[in-house]
Every structure is written in structure tokens, then in C-alpha cells.
Design a protein around this ligand. Structure first.
Ligand SMILES: Cc1cc2nc3c(=O)[nH]c(=O)nc-3n(C[C@H](O)[C@H](O)[C@H](O)COP(=O)(O)O)c2cc1C
Length: 381
């Protein structure tokens, strides 16, 4: 380790729920589409991939987003966690990661309106969301097979929302059975839960829409039901307040919406055993100038710390220097790395020892077998 890194928070242990990380570095969730297409069962190559990335003991891995049920899905090659076959296949992954003395949380995913409509239909399911508003940013684009984006979704009924909450609970219980240290609720990046949080995709007039409290109701019901099922200290949640992906439209109401949601999560932590393991945010950056007119990069998520006092994972656009800088001024911060973890199976070691990084190849991000997946080299001096 270099001298400055030796004393930096980034390389100090941190308790996250019931586990203790050896350093404050997490592998961010990364969809790679290497599961078996027919039944969403994780494949052996996925075990190899996660084992490699768990090579530094005490690393936190958040898995690729994983469908809670078949109807919540609609992308090929994405793993699931609703069937016993999937649970058994995931057990190989969690056992291998634990053998490396690292930790692994499963990210729970429901797509909502951005799913492939034909894939859903072929399995007897509808395209659903908070309201009948489509994602206009990807209209006409082909996803896979015959799927074409742009169809208007059907609003979920209240009864269906309650069923979805139970689907999340079932998935979380399966994750624990599969040996995961915890789960991360994917409430970010424009998928189903964020479609309820965003006032432009949620035009409901029932108890799930119309104001800040109601738009947060679905996600908080999911949180509370999973707390009852597996305990708060095994739960993380991912949020991306200023994300525009999936036709999310952050605006003047965004701060109020997320400040409310975070306050609710913070208040659950004041009750015995109510503290979630962590909040995970996807950063959003924009260029601005300081008082001297010099260009600086601003991050509009600083407000999170005014509300949330627990462990906070921040991801997007971090390199070693920025991670050191951020970690050292906040004693409960973990830095998440996405693309650099794709290309560097030994990223934690490289960050610690300040070694050069492999470059990622975006052409092999999705569905490309072992190429660009398990063949990135470990560092050799
Ligand atoms: C190939 C790829 C797949 C991703 N899949 C997911 C995912 O399944 N769930 C999720 O929440 N974010 C996903 N993301 C976003 C990453 O978790 C992360 O926020 C993003 O890569 C920014 O971090 P970075 O700048 O360190 O790469 C994905 C990103 C990439 C590049």
C-alpha cells in the first residue's frame, strides 16, 4: 500500500449490517446476461466470475440485478431467484465467494415498463408500471428476440402491488436460503420501483400516487415486508434520484421525494433492529464553475448525508484518487466501482497498491460467454 493510502479510511474495515468489510470498496451491481436463457438459472461461469472478483478478502460484492419472479423479468440471460433450481445454482456462487472470505448481496429486480413486451407475453404476462405511460427514450429499439420497446404499460392494480411485495419477500427469503449475506432492493435506474417514485411516470390517484408519501408507499412496503422476513441488517437499497435513464424526469420535486424516502428509512433505524445495512446511490455529476470561474464537477447527492446517517455506498465515476478523497471525509462511506470491476478481477488489490488498471471492453458487457467476462487478467508484476 502507498503511504497515503495506508492511513486513508478507504482501506480501513467497516461494519455493514452484520458483516465487516476489510476495506470500504464494493463491486457495484452489473448485469452481464450469462445466466441460462431458458430458465434464468445462474451458470458455472458466473461462479468463476464472482470468485475472481472476491479475491481480496473482505470485499463486498453486489450481484447483477436478479429477477424476483418471471413476470418481473423480460430480458434474456438475466438470472432469477424464484425457483429452487436458481437457489441451488446461486449456492455455488455464494459458497465460492465466502471461501474467498468476501461477502455477497443479491440485487432484487423488477423491470416494469422497460421490459421486453413480447418476452413477457410469450410467458403470459403483461407489460406493467405505475401508470400507462411508456418510456419514450427507447421507442422502436430492439432489445432481443422480437421485442421492440415503446408499448404503453398497464397500471398495476392495488392487489397486484401487494402480490409484488410478496414476490420481493419470497425472493429475499430464497436469497438467504441460497447463502447470500443480504439483498439489495433495486429502486434505481428507471425500473419498476422508481417508476412509482417519479412523478412523471406515476400519475396514479389512489394511495400509490399523487403526493410524495404515496409515491414512496410501494417501495417502503417492500422494505418493511423484507425487514419482517429477513431482518433490516441484511437489506440495502439502491436509489438514483437524478438519473434520467428509462425516461425518468428528475425535477424540482425530486429532492423532496428522496428526502422523504430517506427520512423514512432513517427513522426505521431508530427502532430496535430497524437499521438497514446500507443505502446505495448512483451518482450523477454535472460540470459547473467555482467562484474563481474554474471548472469543477458537482455531485447533487450531498443532501443524502443530511438525512441518512448509516452506511452509504456511492457509485459512478470514481477512480482511486476520488475514492480516497471521498472516503476520508465520511466515516461510513463505501465506494462502489462498476466498469473497473468488470475489467479487473483483482481491482481491490490494484487500488490498494496503486497498480495500473485493465481497460474494459464494452462490446462484451452482455451475453458474450467467457470473453470479456472471466478472461481479464490478474495483475502480474
Ligand atoms: C454493463 C453494466 C451493467 C449494469 N448493470 C446494473 C445492474 O444490474 N443494476 C444496477 O443497479 N446498476 C447496473 N449498472 C450500473 C452500475 O452499477 C454503476 O452504477 C455504473 O457502472 C457506474 O459506475 P462506474 O462509473 O464505476 O462504472 C450497470 C452498468 C454497466 C456498465
Amino acid at each position: 500500500m502507498t503511504a497515503s493510502a495506508l492511513t486513508n479510511n478507504l482501506f480501513k474495515p467497516l461494519k455493514v449490517g452484520e458483516i465487516t468489510l476489510a476495506q470500504r470498496i464494493a463491486m457495484a451491481p452489473l448485469t452481464r446476461e450469462r445466466a441460462r436463457v431458458a430458465d434464468s438459472v445462474p451458470t458455472d461461469i458466473m461462479t468463476t466470475y464472482y470468485t475472481q472478483r472476491a479475491s481480496a478478502p473482505g470485499t463486498l460484492i453486489v450481484t447483477e440485478a436478479t429477477f424476483i419472479t418471471e413476470r418481473a423479468g423480460g430480458y434474456p440471460g438475466v438470472p432469477g431467484i424464484w425457483s429452487q433450481d436458481q437457489v441451488h445454482a446461486w449456492q455455488k456462487v455464494t459458497a465460492a465467494v465466502h471461501k474467498q472470505k468476501s461477502f455477497i448481496f443479491l440485487q432484487l429486480w423488477a423491470l416494469g415498463r422497460v421490459a421486453g413486451p413480447d418476452t413477457l407475453r410469450s410467458n403470459g404476462h403483461d407489460l406493467v408500471s405505475a401508470s400507462n405511460i411508456s418510456d419514450t427514450t427507447q421507442v422502436g429499439q430492439h432489445l432481443a428476440l422480437d421485442d421492440v420497446f415503446g408499448e404503453a404499460p398497464r397500471p398495476l392494480s392495488v392487489e397486484e402491488i401487494k402480490e409484488y411485495v410478496q414476490d420481493y419477500v419470497h425472493a429475499a427469503q430464497n436469497a438467504i436460503e441460497a447463502g447470500f449475506d443480504g439483498i439489495e432492493i433495486h429502486s434505481a435506474n428507471g425500473y419498476l420501483l422508481q417508476q412509482f417514485l417519479d412523478e412523471h411516470s406515476n400519475l396514479r390517484t389512489d394511495e400509490y400516487g399523487g403526493n410524495v408519501e404515496n409515491r414512496a408507499r410501494f417501495v417502503l412496503e417492500v422494505v418493511d415486508a423484507i425487514i419482517s422476513a429477513i431482518g433490516a441488517d441484511r437489506i440495502g437499497i439502491r436509489l438514483s434520484p437524478y438519473e434520467t435513464y428509462g425516461d425518468m424526469k428528475p425535477g424540482i420535486g425530486t429532492l423532496e421525494q428522496y428526502a422523504y424516502l430517506l427520512k423514512e428509512l432513517e427513522e426505521r433505524g431508530l427502532k430496535p433492529n430497524g437499521r438497514l445495512a446500507y443505502i446505495h446511490t448512483v451518482e450523477n455529476t454535472f460540470k459547473s464553475t467555482n467562484s474563481l470561474g474554474e471548472p469543477i464537477l458537482r455531485r447533487p447527492l450531498e443532501f443524502v448525508r443530511n438525512v441518512w446517517t448509516g452506511v452509504w455506498i456511492r457509485t459512478l465515476g470514481f477512480d482511486r484518487n476520488l475514492a480516497l478523497q471521498f472516503a476520508d471525509v465520511d466515516d461510513k462511506l463505501v465506494i462502489g466501482f462498476g466498469k473497473s470491476f468488470i475489467a479487473n478481477p483483482d481491482l481491490v488489490r490494484r487500488l490498494k497498491e496503486n497498480l495500473p488498471l485493465n481497460k474494459f471492453d464494452f462490446k462484451t458487457f452482455y451475453r458474450a460467454g467467457s470473453k470479456g467476462y472471466t478472461d481479464y487478467p490478474f495483475y502480474e508484476s
